[in-house]
Write a protein that binds this ligand. Structure first.
Ligand code: SAH
Ligand code: TYD
Ligand code: ZN
Length: 417
């Protein structure tokens, strides 16, 4: 029997950038919402979707096969606080200073717009400099924190209509910025039309997200979860930009969150691309980052790392060791649910975020506790879910290692340190 065909809205298996076929290369199974930390009454009512990822046969963009409706993920109880890491606070303060001192120097009455400003970690510095700004933040929980520090916030999703509305009311933006947010947005066509409506003639659209090159190199498969819809490369971003009348004029590799790239887009012909763009494109070509065989080999390593991690936890349990986890990250939803890590192998997860504490992790229901509980419990091993903050956390928890505790890492390899 034939299915009714809808001419509007996305078709499954079609690229959300160029509409060509997307070929799946990795299936991580049924997964819950990665940031949905539960209270006991939520048990039995969790939302699951199929987490699988594929590569576009047209523009090479790597993307999820299935999309979770945005209101399920970003809402008044969204628990992720960007300011929870001192390294990230410094990273975003430096980013703001660079916009103010370099990009915007000499611009009269500049205007900075951010997508996904979260608790204001970046815009706070822009506000303190007295520069006109606005943050789009659909999640009221974190947007409120930004507003409390003086940042101007609009509780809305950035898309074509909200961007065009802002342009009418407040004029063009000189910098449009998004950190760890553009990759969260499947409706890319609408966002790019919004950027086109809002961006000044000589403005820049700057965004930074986890880099597919680092994910493949480090087998960091836990970067794949509901909120991370796209996995960018210079090549796929360049193709995406061209479709929107924009040009990729800058790339910069960043060490944060396990390896990211900051892309700078400008209106086509308005700026000279930096040599770093051609260099990164050539490096991606040499590595075969757009080659299906590279992605198939990645998928094989993912399964191997899962087997190694499961075997390690099983052995520690058989030896009677106690194991806790550290960092109730969104990423860890993928690890725990894909590997089947429940309370029989990990007794709890320590996390400093009040909105996650005293709740249960999505899917596998590990209790989330404050760091003081971790310090008192003194487990033999701690599985580091927030491996991207390893240095900061290991420094903070140096007593744990001094007293004989060992860290378990699974990126880039499963190992005990
Ligand atoms: N920029 C911060 C926050 C990243 S989390 C950082 O790098 O730490 C992603 C944020 O994007 C969330 O706060 C979420 O509510 C927001 N978001 C999701 N879709 C959005 C959209 N269409 N427009 C603006 N913000 C969005
Ligand atoms: P993060 O890795 O930044 O993002 P995601 O949720 O997108 O995977 O999340 C880090 C988590 O770890 C966050 O819940 C806060 C927590 N955390 C601590 O508990 N202690 C710390 O010292 C740091 C840096 C983070
Ligand atoms: Zn495509």
């Amino acid at each position: 029997m034939s299915q009714p065909v809808s001419m509007s809205g996305p078709r499954p298996g079609r690229c959300r950038v160029c509409d060509a076929d997307v070929v799946e290369f990795l299936d991580l199974g049924a997964q819950p919402l990665s940031d949905a930390f539960l209270t006991p009454k939520d048990i039995g009512h969790e939302f699951f979707y199929r987490l699988a990822v594929g590569r576009c046969t047209g523009c090479t963009m790597v993307q999820l096969m299935e999309e979770v409706p945005r209101e399920r993920m970003f809402h008044a109880e969204y628990p992720y606080h960007s300011s929870g890491s001192s390294v990230m606070r410094e990273h975003f303060a430096a980013t703001a200073r660079r916009f103010l001192d370099t990009e915007l120097a000499g611009t009269e009455d500049p205007f900075v717009v951010e997508l996904g400003c979260n608790d204001g970690v970046m815009l706070k510095t822009v506000h303190e400099a007295g520069v006109r700004h606005l943050g789009f933040e659909p999640s009221g929980s974190v947007g409120r924190l930004a507003a409390e520090s003086g940042v101007r916030v609009r509780e809305a999703f950035f898309e074509e209509s909200s961007a065009a509305d802002l342009r009418r009311r407040e004029g063009a933006a000189d910098v449009i910025y998004a950190a760890n947010t553009l990759c969260h947005i499947p409706y890319m066509d609408s966002v790019l039309r919004g950027v086109d409506a809002l961006l000044a003639a000589d403005g820049v659209f700057v965004f930074e997200d986890p880099y597919l090159g680092d994910i493949v190199e480090r087998t960091s498969f836990d970067q794949i979860y509901d909120e991370h819809f796209f996995f960018f490369t210079a090549r796929s971003v360049r193709a995406m930009a061209r479709r929107a009348g924009l040009e990729l004029v800058g790339v910069e590799r960043l060490p944060v969150h396990g390896g990211e790239v900051r892309y700078t887009l400008a209106r086509a012909g308005s700026r000279q691309p930096s040599p770093a763009v051609a260099e990164l494109l050539a490096e991606e070509e040499a590595r075969g980052l757009a080659d299906p065989r590279t992605l198939d080999a990645f998928a094989e390593r993912v399964a191997r790392h899962r087997d190694e991690l499961v075997a390690l936890l099983r052995r520690l349990r058989a030896e009677g060791r106690t194991v806790a986890a550290y960092g109730a990250t969104a990423k860890s939803a993928t690890v725990t649910n894909y590997c089947g890590i429940g309370t029989e192998s990990v007794s709890f997860v320590s996390d400093s975020t009040p909105a996650k504490q005293d709740r249960l992790s999505p899917g596998m229901h590990l209790p989330v506790v404050p760091p003081e509980v971790f310090a008192k419990a003194r487990p033999d091993y701690a599985l580091l879910f927030a491996w991207n903050h390893a240095e900061e956390i290991m420094r903070k928890e140096e007593d744990f290692a001094r007293e004989g505790g060992r860290w378990i890492l699974y990126v880039p390899e499963v190992r005990v340190v």
